[in-house]
Design a protein around this ligand. Structure first.
Ligand code: CO8
Length: 258
C-alpha cells in the first residue's frame, strides 16, 4: 500500500496513516486502502485489537486532503463525504476494540476518524479540532454527529462554529481523550492497554462492545434488554466456562474466543 502501513503482531494490528509529507491527509486513494484493511481486520480472527496512528513526527491525520477537496463539485463532495462516513461507521462497528493513538495534529477528518475509534490516547503534543469552518466548509466525515454525541450540543457548537484547535489536555477535560501521554511514551502506553485487552475473551469483548454501542442511541430499558441478551450469549460461550472455572480453580484463564 502507498498510503498506509498495516502490521499485525501477536494479535495486535497497527494501521499507520502514512503520507507524512502531507501530514497524513486523507485522500481518496488512502480511503480505498483503508477499506481493504478493514476487509482484512473483519476476516482475520487472529486480530484481537486494532490501533490507529500516524507516521512522522508531526501528525496523526491533518484532515481530508484539501487539494482534492478544492477540485470537487457538490456531487463529488457528497460522494466523498458518504464514502468516508461509511468507512468510519464500518471502523466503529468492528467486532474488536479499536484504539486511536493520536501522535500529533488530528484536524478535521483526523479528529473524525479518532472519534470513530472505541477510545483515544493522545500524546501531550497532539492537537485536535474541526477547523472546516475556516475553509468555508463543515465536518463531513461524521464530526457534527459523533462530537455532539460525545461532548454535548453546546460545546460541539462552539468547537465547530469557531473551528478552533484544542490541546490534548483540553480534549481530556472534554471527555474526548481517555489519557494524555508524555511525549515519546504514547505507543508504549497504548500497547500496554492493547495487550491487557487482547488477553480477554474475544466473545465477551464483542458482546461488551455491541451492548455499549446499542445503548448509546436508545432508551435505558431497551439498552438493558439488549445487555441481558448479550450477557446470556456470553454465559453460553466456552470463554465464560473457562473464565469462571479458572477463577474457582485459582488459575489464569486461557480464552479461546468462542
Ligand atoms: N490536505 C492536504 N495537504 C495538507 C493538509 C491537508 N489537510 N494538511 C497539511 N498538508 C500539507 C501542506 O500543504 C504542506 O505541504 P507542502 O509541504 O507541499 O506545502 C505539508 O502538509 C506540511 O504542512 P504545513 O507546512 O502547513 O505544516 P505546518 O506545521 O506549518 O502546519 C497544520 C500544520 C496546522 C496542520 C497545517 O498544515 C494545516 O492547517 N493543515 C490543514 C488542517 C485542516 O484544515 N484540516 C481540515 C481539512 S478539511 C476536512 O478534514 C474535511 C473532512 C470531511 C471531508 C468531507 C468530504 C467532502
Amino acid at each position: 500500500m502507498e498510503n498506509l502501513i498495516f502490521d499485525i503482531d501477536n494479535g495486535i494490528a497497527i494501521l499507520t496513516f502514512n503520507r507524512p509529507k502531507a501530514l497524513n491527509a486523507l485522500n481518496q486513494a488512502l480511503l480505498e486502502e483503508f477499506d481493504s484493511v478493514l476487509d482484512q481486520v473483519e476476516t482475520n480472527p487472529d486480530i484481537r485489537v486494532l490501533i490507529l496512528t500516524g507516521s512522522g513526527e508531526k501528525a496523526f491525520v491533518a484532515g481530508a486532503d484539501i487539494s482534492e477537496l478544492a477540485k470537487m463539485n457538490p456531487l463529488l463532495a457528497k460522494r466523498f463525504a458518504t464514502k468516508g462516513q461509511k468507512l468510519f461507521s464500518r471502523l466503529e462497528a468492528l467486532p474488536i476494540p479499536v484504539i486511536a493513538a493520536v501522535n500529533g495534529f488530528a484536524l478535521g477528518g483526523g479528529t473524525e476518524v479518532s472519534l470513530a475509534c472505541d477510545f483515544i490516547y493522545a500524546s501531550e503534543k497532539a492537537v485536535f479540532g474541526l477547523p472546516e469552518i475556516t475553509l468555508g466548509l463543515i465536518p463531513g466525515f461524521g464530526g457534527t454527529q459523533r462530537l455532539t454525541r460525545l461532548v454535548g450540543t453546546n460545546l460541539a457548537r462552539e468547537l465547530i462554529f469557531t473551528g478552533k484547535t484544542f490541546s490534548a489536555a483540553d480534549a481530556l477535560s472534554y471527555g474526548i481523550v481517555n489519557k494524555v501521554c508524555e511525549d515519546g511514551t504514547l505507543m508504549e502506553e497504548v500497547m500496554k492497554t492493547a495487550k491487557a485487552i487482547a488477553k480477554k475473551g474475544s466473545a465477551s469483548l464483542r458482546a461488551a462492545k455491541e451492548a455499549i454501542a446499542c445503548g448509546k442511541d436508545v432508551d435505558l430499558e431497551t439498552g438493558c434488554r439488549f445487555e441481558a441478551d448479550a450477557f446470556a450469549l456470553c454465559v453460553a460461550s466456552s470463554d465464560a466456562a473457562e473464565g469462571t472455572s479458572a477463577f474457582l480453580e485459582k488459575r489464569k484463564a486461557q480464552f479461546k474466543g468462542t
